[in-house]
Ligand binder design. Structure first.
Ligand code: ZN
Ligand code: ZN
Length: 561
């Protein structure tokens, strides 16, 4: 065993001791030993116990621990501490800039047990209220987690968006005459980006490659024929395909769809050395209608195109309102009075469905029955004063372990609509998790199933569910499924949208906003929904105010029957 590994193990031991509030002197001696071992000029592995004891800064008790580590590969004390700590909390100890004391607060006071949950809590502004935290610490933690997430070369779409646009602009400045298009996973709007791909069409490819090579916006540049590859400062793999302008559109097509799709389309075209004025022309030559970039995954969509069954994809402007959002009544940042003018005047929307947390979500200041009634009074008051806008009374009801909702029926009956979501016990086995969701879906008060799997992209897998059973249950009970638009969630996954649509299920693009700007996440929801094939006729919040009012009223009338 190398000294480095011994030092690292001792450091973990000291961190865990601090997390569990062991005697401070003991913690200090272990931390000191970790530091010392790291700096030693000789290897510890060959030293007998009596020599270990004599090393300055180690001493008798730690020499014993190191000897135990060297012979058994671990230490009993370490193992005991590890068993009483959730693995996600241990992982948090590896985030730069937060010490064990803060992690103890995060774990015990905020109930957060994984890095993904911690990141989400930062984005929801939940850390600033915890003991010893402030806005600055929250920002530092958020940055440190983003850095850690980027370490494996995968990035959230939302984190790549600005970077890609900036890069395109930068290249345009270097090559003012060139045509440039961002293609690949980005143009297909995948929720996670592994590599960025730009196609650059120019009159002189050699000259362009020379210019791009000189500039240092990519690190570790390699050139392979006409492709430059390198990494951005943040570690995102990037390919620049430089082509003669005459082949620009063909190359854009080739670099956009996934391989299966591109090959299938090209196989329908007889010509070689394809030169086209637009991508439309390629599809035309293939005897197909134009297929939107986000749908170019595989060949199913080609079969649809042949049958003239391509959907007219939903756009952001189709949205008329925003459902499932939080205010200061629970864990949101803005008051209802602040949210209404923002949505009406800035975003030009007709309605808000407010869904603060229900009473079991105590960490998010979930509403007691008394507070629900108070909030309803405030909503009535605001609605009266704003005849050109409407707030619907909603709640994000926790789905409890047995699948029931969080209030008695007489309270549930007071809401215009209910989003039912799971926030606790996320490690349930698939059959149990599925049964829990289905019980909630069968509850006549449930209008929308919120973030169906609880996933946090790149940081927490959702609980596994039987998608088909859950979607079928929504179809049978007329329950709408949410596409949670937070770029970390995008849950229901786009890969299941078509199945839901085929079963007759409606979808709703819900921002789950915790502050005014959070409503803008609906842009990401739209991208995911388009990728899934959603059209406005099946999107709940594409209904106008009069239409959605009717839908809610009709559903409520059915319950009382
Ligand atoms: Zn939620
Ligand atoms: Zn929510």
């Amino acid at each position: 065993m190398e000294n480095k590994l011994i030092a690292r193990t001792l450091r973990l031991l000291s961190q865990l001791m601090e997390l569990h509030e062991v005697n401070p002197f003991k913690i200090k001696s272990v931390a000191n030993a970790a530091f010392k071992v790291d700096k030693l000029p000789f290897k510890l592995v060959d030293k007998p116990l009596d020599e270990l004891e004599k090393i300055d800064g180690i001493g008798k008790s730690l020499a014993g621990k190191i000897a135990e580590l060297l012979t058994t590969g671990t230490m009993v004390e370490l193992e005991e501490l590890l068993t009483s700590t959730p693995p996600g909390v241990v992982e948090m100890l590896g985030i730069k800039g937060i010490g064990p004391k803060k992690i103890a607060v995060i774990w015990h006071d905020l109930n957060i047990e994984s890095i993904g949950e911690l990141y989400y809590a930062c984005n929801e502004n939940r850390l600033i209220e915890a003991k010893g935290f402030g806005l600055k610490t929250q920002e530092e933690i958020r940055k440190a987690i983003e850095f850690k997430m980027a370490a494996n070369g995968k990035f959230l779409y939302a984190k790549v968006e600005q970077l890609a646009i900036d890069m395109q602009e930068l290249i345009q400045k270097l090559l003012p005459e060139a045509d440039i298009m961002i293609c690949g996973e980005y143009r297909r709007r995948l929720e996670i980006i592994n590599e960025l791909c730009l196609v650059i069409g120019t009159g002189d490819t050699d000259e362009a490659i020379g210019i791009l090579q000189q500039d240092s916006f990519l690190q570790n540049i390699r050139v392979n024929e006409n492709t430059l590859s390198g990494e951005t400062e943040g570690g995102l793999l990037t390919h620049l395909h430089v082509v003669d302008i005459a082949h620009f559109n063909t190359q854009v097509f080739i670099q956009t769809g996934n391989d299966e799709h591109v090959e299938a389309v090209l196989s329908r075209i007889k010509e070689n050395n394809l030169r086209v004025e637009s991508e439309e022309e390629i599809y035309e030559k293939a005897g197909l209608p134009f297929i939107e970039p986000e749908l170019r995954e595989g060949t199913d969509i080609i079969a649809k195109a042949i049958e003239s069954e391509l959907p007219e994809l939903i756009t952001y402007n189709d949205l008329k309102g925003t459902l499932h959002n939080h205010s200061t009544w629970s864990d949101g940042v803005n008051t209802l009075e602040e949210i209404v003018p923002y949505l009406r005047d800035e975003l030009k929307l007709e309605y808000l469905g407010i869904c603060d947390h229900s009473k079991s979500a105590f960490y998010a200041k979930g509403l007691s029955i008394e507070r629900v009634l108070q909030q309803h009074e405030e909503i009535d008051h605001i609605n009266k004063n704003n005849p050109d806008f409407h707030i619907f009374k909603g709640i994000e009801s926790d789905i409890l372990n047995d699948g029931s909702l969080d209030y008695p029926d007489e309270i549930l009956a007071r809401f215009d609509f209910i989003v039912a979501s799971v926030h606790s016990n996320l490690k349930m086995a698939e059959d149990k998790a599925t049964a829990r969701l289905i019980k909630a879906i069968e509850n006549p008060y449930t209008t929308i199933l919120g973030h169906p799997t609880g996933r946090l992209l790149l940081s927490r897998n959702g609980y596994s569910i039987d998608y088909k059973k859950v979607i079928d249950a929504c179809a049978d009970n007329g329950v709408v499924i949410e596409i949670n638009a937070n770029p970390l969630r995008l849950d229901l996954d786009w890969r299941w949208h078509q199945y839901a649509l085929d079963k007759g299920v409606w979808l709703s693009i819900n921002p789950d906003a915790h502050r005014n700007e959070g409503h803008l996440d609906m842009h990401y929801g739209i991208l995911a929904a388009r990728k899934g094939g959603l059209y406005k006729e099946r999107c709940l919040n594409a209904l106008n105010l009069a239409e959605i009012k009717q839908v809610f009223e009709k559903r409520k009338a059915n319950i009382s029957k």
